[in-house]
Design a protein. Structure first.
Length: 126
């Protein structure tokens, strides 16, 4: 059960949906999440009321086409599976939303079964 936040500059609703689909499809392909397991917050920033800051850390030439993807999920997946996810998200974001792979910034945050309530005030995974 991943929780996904996507932030992008100057992005219309169609492109935001395409980015959400790219991440969701990649999570399904690389980690086996089912189609109906989609919990996403998609946010566009206009450069005035919302900004995204970036640099060229590790010599990656990012620009205002940057897309930040933050995925929270339960711990336990191997590094190779995470690397496959990063690669596939970047491929699909380029295909679906014309985002250059150099502008895909992805971070995973892992937690435990006790850290999720999926409704009704219950911890369903416990």
């Amino acid at each position: 059960m991943p929780f996904v936040r996507i932030d992008a500059m100057h992005c219309d609703a169609t492109r935001l949906r395409a980015l959400g689909r790219a991440v969701h499809d990649a999570l399904g392909e690389t980690m086996g999440f089912p189609e109906e397991d989609r919990f996403q917050v998609l946010t566009a920033h206009d450069g005035e009321r919302g900004l995204l800051r970036h640099g060229t850390y590790l010599d990656v030439p990012r620009d205002d086409g940057i897309v930040y993807v933050a995925i929270t999920l339960r711990a336990g997946r191997p590094a190779a599976q995470k690397q496959a996810l990063y690669r596939r998200v970047s491929e699909l974001a380029e295909e679906y939303a014309a985002v250059e792979p150099r502008n895909m910034f992805i971070v995973l945050t892992e937690n435990s079964h006790a850290d999720w309530s999926l409704g009704h005030g219950e911890a369903q995974y416990l």
